[in-house]
Write a protein that binds this ligand. Structure first.
Ligand code: URP
Ligand code: ZN
Ligand code: ZN
Length: 485
């Protein structure tokens, strides 16, 4: 009998910290041996001349979720995880989204019912907290954290989801007390609403005015405010989907002060600009997301922050709404103004190839940085490391085998989500994951999807390690414990 279920021979492996040649022996979904000339496997893959990296961990994507304006994402759990797998991602962490009045435990159960039968790859959940009642704060969140839901996203915009600063403080306090990471959608809602109202009064309704209503300073203000609130509570936070220079300045300022402030950015802030929102007719809607894409100068600042280590994670913020579909971007009708068009762009499948091509192949970031940004750091930040996000004995056998020279023209027809467009249409990238392995099973190979619905497992997350950082109290009175030092 073979010692391994699967052996990958002659792998040129890149992890977050090293590069080495090895064979990889896999049994029961785990990596159990690394070394040369290991014993035979029942199945063997020769990775000669190929690069092998950990499967991607996409820690920000919206799957089978209803948006704040009542539109369902185009992807369900099958199409989203299929698309992820075909793009080299082996773990996703989407959201279980509480709408006001909902019991969080019921919300989590509903999302599990959707995910369980359809997920192709493994998954965890962040909780979106939009209604932090006393019961949610004192009972539901602590119990859910114990069950492995150890990260929350909170919104500072969108009327249906946003928290007041006071509510945000309450959520931060629970996160510190019980051990959870808080992710923040940082945009100032009143500024946006005020601008949008005036734009619409002036008859300015086209998709491009979405970006005019949400200038960079809207994000800068909310980023700074989030940092200050987290500092008061003395707890780490992560600012999600950072779009450009002014928000980056705030994060850099906080990090220089030694605060535990993390940042995430996404492909749309490297590859799209606000000019894309000004395409003819309604085409600009294909590029609408929040915060909006900025300009070339800001793209460059985002690149620099990826290169110099300011950003911890590179996620897709996959929020797919079809263009030509009455249940998609234009659910409010083709005459909709910019505020009525569903916000979000797809990106699960192209996240890794885009960053590899422009980042690694063009020499901006190293292979190690690529792995850290796309897999390891997210796994570590949200309590899944070292099970996920690396190649090591004992880790899950989640791997991608890359043809680093392969040139691919991105078009919707080659992708595996349920969308009818990609905002990256026509872009030519160098390097593509040609094989994806999820817990020892080949789910994508030679342009063929081989995964199966229901094979993905739910991953309860451990306490995020950032929560054990040394305290940096702002006052003698600890507002979380009630103690006077
Ligand atoms: O425009 C976006 N990003 N839509 C998805 C929801 C969110 O805020 O992440
Ligand atoms: Zn957001
Ligand atoms: Zn999002």
């Amino acid at each position: 009998m073979s010692k391994f279920d699967l052996v990958i021979r002659n792998a040129d492996v890149a992890t977050e910290s090293s590069r080495f040649s090895t064979d990889i022996g896999i049994l029961d979904g785990k990596i159990i041996a690394l070394g040369s000339n290991i014993a035979e496997g029942e199945q063997e893959i020769d990775a000669e001349n190929r690069l092998v990296m950990p499967g991607g961990v996409d820690s920000h994507c919206h799957v089978e979720q209803i948006s704040s304006s009542g539109v369902w994402t185009a992807d369900d759990w099958f199409t989203a995880t299929r698309s992820a797998a075909c793009g080299g991602t082996t773990t996703i962490i989407p959201f279980a989204c509480q709408h006001r009045g909902q019991n969080l435990r019921d919300v989590v159960k509903d999302y599990h019912d959707l995910a369980g039968p359809k997920a192709v790859i493994d998954y965890a959940f962040h909780l979106i907290v939009s209604d932090p009642t006393n019961h949610v704060l004192s009972q539901e969140l602590p119990a859910l954290i114990k069950d492995g839901y150890t990260s929350f996203k909170i919104y500072l915009t969108y009327d249906a989801l946003m928290l007041t600063d006071r509510q945000f403080l309450d959520v931060l306090a629970v996160a510190r007390l019980e051990g959870a990471m808080v992710m923040v959608h940082a945009e100032n809602n009143d500024m946006i609403m005020w601008m949008a109202e005036r734009l619409l009064q002036a008859g300015l309704r086209a998709p491009k005015f979405h970006a005019v209503a949400r200038p960079m300073l809207v994000e800068r203000e909310a980023t700074h405010r989030s940092i200050a609130l987290a500092e008061l509570v003395d707890v780490p936070i992560l600012i999600v989907h950072v779009s450009g220079g002014e928000a980056i300045e705030q994060i850099r300022w906080a990090q220089k002060r030694g605060l535990n402030v993390y940042g995430e950015t996404c492909p749309q802030y490297l590859f799209l600009t606000e000019d894309d929102l000004d395409k003819p007719g309604l085409e600009g809607a294909k590029h609408m997301c929040s915060p909006p894409p900025r300009d070339k100068e800001n793209q460059e600042v985002v690149w620099k922050a990826l290169e110099d280590g300011l950003f911890e994670v590179f996620s897709s913020d996959h929020a797919p709404y079809r263009f030509d579909d009455p249940d998609g971007k234009f659910k409010a009708g083709k005459n909709a103004h910019f505020k009525q068009i569903a916000n979000g762009v797809p990106g699960l499948e192209v996240r890794l190839p885009l960053l590899f091509s422009e980042g690694v192949a063009k020499g901006r970031i190293t292979h190690q940085q690529f792995v850290a940004l796309t897999a390891t750091n997210a796994a570590a930040l949200y309590g899944l490391y070292p099970r996920k996000g690396t190649i090591a004995v004992g880790s899950d056998a989640d791997l991608t085998i890359w043809d680093t020279d392969k040139k691919v023209t991105i078009t919707q027809s080659i992708l595996h989500d349920a969308m009818d467009y990609t905002p990256y249409d026509g872009l030519v990238v160098t390097g593509w994951p040609i094989t994806t392995i999820s817990r020892g099973h080949v789910v994508w190979d030679d342009n063929t999807f081989l995964g199966e619905a229901g094979k993905g497992d739910f991953l309860p997350c451990d306490t995020p390690p950032a929560l054990s950082a040394e305290r940096r109290p702002v006052t003698k009175f600890d507002p979380v414990t009630g103690e006077l030092g």
